[in-house]
Design a protein around this ligand. Structure first.
Ligand code: C2E
Ligand code: MG
Ligand code: MG
Length: 680
């Protein structure tokens, strides 16, 4: 019985017993069989125990699984909650686990890094967006999505007022349809547009801006947004406008300047133009500037400009060329040359009469005439802008030369005179620097023929030309103002000579007359200049005689008298030169603190001519001098007859070629030794 058999509730086995293939016998095994219920009954306690053990084991297993899996997840959740609360994207979660959780944590950290990076980029973008330039972003349909703070400042529109609308909100209508058409064309083809554009502020004010527009493209190269940036050009424009204004206008008067005149003429002159350019200046301006100061000079110029603006409105351009030189351009005059000239002359007369009406300086009326130079252009004689200005300039120069008429049309001769004048001015300045001036002395004698004094007369020792008479350069020096420096040099040199004359008995008591030009006299500080020349030289003021001319009296007599008195207070003497040729009136004469009058040589010249009335004048001047208590000197005495006649009349001071021509100092000293002065 190899298989087991069950009976009697027992399991019976009969097994063979063998060793190395040798059968020894059989083994009989009997096993008691038990039912499951019996088993349960028998082992229930053990089963309960086993169940409990299993529950405990599964608890332990669950706890370990919980520790192993949900812990890291909960930690991660807590960490993310903390990130979300604190918004600190820079924090990272750490783990030493080298498993799926380690990888998960790493992924979370990478994600945080990206978030942090993009947050920084966003912040940067926000900063970039919040620039002083106005910025707006639109969608592809040009609807505004976003604007920055500067946009609101420049346009006046807040974000919520413009988001959803199109930039047409800002349209000023200064740009036409084609402008925008070109702009869109450029944007769509080149993906960029920039330029100046006029837009309208919310308050209605139109302002210039510099605008740049760029589309934003997606991966398929479709436009998804437009980004526009702009700056307000209002201030820059107004600065530019100001700059342009000052480059084309005179800063003091606001009139056009030479540049604008040239530009205007260049634009307007054509072969069919007939017009006139009038240049004028004020005859007394330099005097006003020298005597009342620059501020008063400016005030006078402003009054001139005002008159031009208000009363010469019909001029096409009113210009200040410089100093006291003004110009008026009249276009569209009559096309016939003769009529153009006539019209131009009429205009010049208007200018003259306008400028003759008194101006006011320090509330005092001041008469100030003008000289006008006229240059015209007609279809038969077209001309360039530069030449027209040059011609009007030289015509003005010509007008100033003529005493009678103070208007002059351009002519070629006048032009060469003007050129000469400019050359002379340059040469005079050099002469002053190179010490080319010297003084000659012309003796003045008494009735007995003895020398009583001398007149210092300037000479210009011009290289390669020899001695030049003052008649050839003093008027130019007066016009240019160089006379102030030249006059001061004369004064100082004459005082030094006077001082040196003290050394010799034949010259010790002589007086020395020095010519003073009107501009010099009116110059501020003139009295101090004289005082200084006397002090520096050590000359005796009583022996210095200043020769003034009558032209001086044309202006403010009170001022003239005041300066004369200040000079007399220095103890020097004053003489009125070329008497009888100028403005003297008896009323004036009696107010002037003069020592001497010098009757002009023109009266002496033909006094002996039987038809001349000069004899009467010569007599009258002498009695006038006696009446006022002035010495009277006759200058220009050339002949013995003239001398005898003058002596007969009662004259006792003379100067003229009859005695001696003006001579250099060394010759003068010899002359004095010969015709010795004997102090009375
Ligand atoms: P003035 O002050 O009337 O000077 C007299 C002028 O008459 C001098 O001319 C003199 O040479 C000239 N003269 C003298 N006697 C006779 C004569 O018998 N017959 C003739 N025909 N002429 C005579 P000059 O030296 O050529 O000076 C001319 C003018 O230039 C002066 O006239 C004066 O107004 C001016 N001048 C000369 N030197 C100076 C100066 O240093 N300063 C200023 N501001 N003017 C000066
Ligand atoms: Mg003189
Ligand atoms: Mg004279």
């Amino acid at each position: 019985m190899a298989k087991g058999e069950l009976w009697d509730n027992r399991l019976h086995f009969l097994l063979p017993a063998s060793y190395q293939d040798t059968l020894f016998g059989q083994v009989y095994i009997q096993l008691q069989a038990t039912s499951p219920l019996q088993i349960i009954k028998r082992d229930s306690t053990a089963l309960v125990l086993i169940g409990l053990l299993m529950m405990f084991a599964s608890y332990l297993l669950a706890a370990s699984v919980e520790k192993r899996f949900s812990g890291p997840i909960l930690r991660l959740v807590g960490f993310l909650e903390h990130i979300s609360d604190s918004q600190q994207l820079r924090q990272r979660i750490t783990t030493h686990e080298n498993n799926e959780f380690g990888k998960l944590y790493q992924e979370v950290n990478t994600m945080l890094e990206r978030l942090d990076q993009s947050q920084k980029e966003l912040q940067l973008a926000a900063i970039a967006f919040d620039t002083p330039s106005g910025m707006l972003i639109t969608d592809a349909n040009n609807q505004i999505l976003q604007v920055n703070q500067a946009f609101t400042q420049i346009t006046g529109y807040s974000a919520h007022e413009c988001i959803g609308k199109t930039p047409a909100l800002l349209k000023s209508n200064r740009q036409d349809y084609t402008f925008y058409q070109d702009m869109w064309h450029q944007l769509n083809t080149h993906h960029y547009w920039s330029g100046e554009i006029w837009n309208k502020h919310k308050n209605g004010k139109i302002y210039p801006e510099f605008l740049t527009i760029q589309p934003v493209l997606n991966e398929q190269q479709d436009i998804v947004n437009y980004v526009a940036a702009f700056i307000d050009l209002s201030q820059q424009k107004s600065a530019e406008a100001k700059l342009e204004y000052f480059t084309l206008h005179d800063a003091l008067t606001g009139l056009a300047n030479r540049k604008l005149l040239t530009e205007t003429l260049e634009q307007q002159l054509s072969p069919t133009t007939s017009g006139a350019l009038l240049c004028f200046d004020l005859n007394n301006f330099k005097l006003v500037n020298d005597s009342f100061g620059q501020e008063s000079g400016d005030h006078l110029l402003l009054q001139v400009a005002h008159r031009m603006r208000s009363q010469l409105k019909d001029a096409d351009l009113q210009v200040r060329l410089g100093a006291d030189e003004f110009a008026l351009w009249f276009n569209q005059l009559s096309a016939q040359p003769r009529l153009t000239a006539l019209e131009a002359e009429g205009l010049a007369e208007r200018v003259m009469s306008l400028m003759t009406a008194p101006f006011f300086i320090n509330d005092q009326p001041l008469s100030c005439s003008a000289s006008v130079g006229i240059a015209i252009t007609t279809p038969s004689e077209p001309i360039s802008a530069a030449l027209l200005i040059q011609q009007a300039d030289s015509a003005l120069h010509q007008a100033k030369q003529t005493d009678s008429s103070q208007t002059a049309f351009y002519d070629a001769k006048a032009a060469s005179v003007a050129r000469e004048y400019i050359q002379l001015h340059t040469a005079l300045r050099q002469a002053l620097n190179n010490n080319e001036f010297c003084l000659f002395y012309q003796p003045q004698t008494n009735a007995q023929g003895r020398v009583i004094g001398a007149e210092a007369l300037i000479r210009w020792n011009r290289p390669e030309q020899g001695l030049v008479s003052p008649l050839h350069f003093i008027p130019a020096a007066e016009r240019s103002g160089l006379i102030l420096e030249i006059g001061n040099w004369v004064l100082q040199t004459a005082c030094m000579s006077l001082r040196s004359w003290q050394e010799s008995p034949s010259t010790r008591g002589l007086t020395l007359s020095v010519n003073v030009s009107t501009r010099q006299f009116y110059q501020e500080g003139f009295v101090d200049q004289v005082k200084l020349a006397l002090q520096n030289s050590g000359a005796n003021p009583r022996q210095l005689k200043l020769e003034l001319t009558e032209s001086l009296l044309a202006d403010d007599l009170n001022r003239v008298v005041e300066t004369m008195k200040a000079l007399v207070d220095l103890n020097l003497q004053l003489s009125l030169d070329d008497f009888g040729t100028g403005y003297s009136s008896l009323q004036y004469l009696q107010r002037l603190p003069l020592h001497q009058i010098k009757i002009d040589q023109s009266f002496i010249k033909d006094m002996l001519n039987s038809h001349s009335k000069n004899e009467a004048i010569v007599r009258t001047v002498l009695s006038l001098g006696e009446a006022f208590g002035f010495e009277v000197l006759a200058e220009g005495v050339e002949t013995l007859d003239q001398l005898k006649f003058l002596q007969q009349l009662g004259y006792c001071q003379f100067q003229g070629y009859y005695f001696c021509r003006p001579i250099p100092q060394d010759q003068f000293l010899d002359y004095c030794k010969q015709y010795n002065y004997t102090p009375s």
